[in-house]
Design a protein around this ligand. Structure first.
Ligand code: PMP
Length: 437
């Protein structure tokens, strides 16, 4: 399939920007071919530089739960923009957004806004170190928490896609403060705390892992982390940048509370949905911990564009619109899509497993993983080449999937019967391509 204008645009972009992109996975490195350069988006669809429309299953990597360019969000943003783009001062809407978040998540009393998920987790880690007076951070292999120095070790998302152990440019002394352990492994957690008594400031975990494909925590695992942290004077940072307000009105933590898995993280990180497609992210938690942030406490954090009024307007409009009906639509669409994909792959005999965490899901490819994927080591054994073949056939038929087998698939509340039937029509040929890859 020719990329048309996309090829010229990519060639030109590569002369102007490293790899032609502002974020690595967009370069299609692991699936090959020419990235589509997008000109616009509406509802469940994106439109490329050739004027070609695709059903979108990336949803800006999560934020667009309502669908692209939702009229209420666009109106809120347009109104806010007309009143000025940035003041570098407090605004009434910021407090409303903080209240919307704490109103949904009972364990949140205070919210500090930043602009990216990377800043949110970086701030949470600094806060945990400030609270405990300790340096060590524990993270899980295959979990992605943004690109701050200390959190890139054995990370998911683009780091997994490019099969990197971490990143060049991270000082050894900083990397040494991060201990990486396998996910869903209670013994590894007990062992790491036993090995470093009184030295671990925090465990940071994705509420449900979704940056190595989707790998939900085993029942009781997040609660065990909270308990172990609290028994040892450490904090649990629950990273809900991807899951927060997408998998349910109170994030994955809320989903777990509803199923009777109660535990109290000390800090939450949010992003994506709370900005509705503009740059808003946050660290949030109990007042007692959060009030250690400047100007109340000694842990410094700041941002010229933090709480930006246009971005906050997008987030507030999105969250206010995201009612029970929106979550029901996301759940139903995700379930329908999983069934269609599963059936198409079965028909062609493609070994696979579809894993979910609430309405998030992804497909792992090939016999080595078909029994289920509990951790990163297992995820890396999947046959990514089958996904590359599947991805390109879907793209050729007008369905845009994440350009990596290590990412979740994202639906929106705008994916209606028409969008789903376009996807269903593309699946048989894509499944055949995966089978013969
Ligand atoms: N944490 C998680 C769980 C994420 O999925 C991401 C981004 N996908 C981040 C942090 C980093 O967010 P950002 O890309 O906004 O820096």
């Amino acid at each position: 399939m020719s990329g048309g204008h996309n090829e010229d645009l990519f060639a030109r972009a590569r002369r102007a920007m490293p790899g032609g992109v502002s974020s690595p996975v967009r370069a299609y490195g692991s699936v090959g071919g020419t990235p589509r350069f997008l000109e616009s988006a509406h509802g469940a669809y994106v439109v490329d530089a050739d004027g070609r429309e695709y059903v979108d299953l990336i949803a800006s990597w999560g934020p667009a739960i309502l669908g692209h360019a939702h009229p209420e969000v666009i109106e809120a943003v347009t109104d806010a923009a007309a009143r000025g783009l940035s003041f570098g001062a407090s605004t009434p809407a910021e407090t409303l957004l903080a209240e919307e978040i704490s109103g949904r998540v009972a364990a949140v009393e205070r919210v500090r806004f930043v602009s990216t998920g990377t800043e949110a987790t970086m701030t949470a880690v600094r806060l945990a170190r400030g609270v405990t007076g300790r340096d060590l951070i524990v993270k899980f292999s295959g979990h992605y928490h943004g690109h701050s120095d200390g959190l890139l070790a054995q990370a998911g998302s683009g780091v997994a896609t490019l099969a990197l152990p971490g990143s060049a440019g991270v000082p050894e002394a900083i990397a040494a403060q991060t201990i990486v352990v396998p996910y869903n492994d209670p013994a590894a957690i007990a062992e790491v705390f036993a090995r470093h008594p009184g030295r671990i400031a925090a465990v940071i975990v994705e509420a449900a892992a979704a940056n190595m494909g989707v790998v939900a925590p085993e029942p009781g695992f997040n609660a065990l982390l909270a308990q172990t942290c609290h028994d040892n004077g450490a904090l649990l940072i629950l990273d809900e940048v991807l899951t927060g307000f997408r998998v349910g009105p109170a994030g994955y933590w809320g989903v777990q509370q509803q199923t009777g898995e109660t535990y109290a993280p000390d800090l939450f990180t949010y992003g994506k949905v709370i900005g509705g497609g503009l740059p808003v992210a946050a660290v949030a938690g109990r007042a007692e911990v959060m009030d250690l942030l400047a100007p109340v406490g000694p842990v410094y954090q700041a941002g010229t564009l933090s709480g930006n009024p246009v971005a906050v307007a997008a987030g507030l409009a999105t969250l206010r619109r995201a009612d029970a009906a929106v979550y029901a639509a996301l759940d139903a669409t995700s379930a329908a899509l999983q069934a269609e994909v599963g059936a198409a792959l079965e028909r062609e005999g493609v070994p696979h497993v579809i894993q979910t965490a609430g309405n998030l899901f992804s497909v792992f490819w090939g016999a080595p993983v078909a029994g289920g994927v509990p951790d990163y080591e297992t995820a890396t054994r999947q046959e990514s080449f089958r996904y590359a073949a599947f991805f390109h056939e879907m793209l050729a038929q007008g369905v845009s999937l994440p350009p990596s087998a290590f990412e979740a698939w994202f639906v929106t509340a705008s994916h209606d019967a028409d969008a789903l039937s376009r996807i269903a029509a593309a699946l048989p040929a894509a499944a055949r391509a995966a089978a013969s890859a």
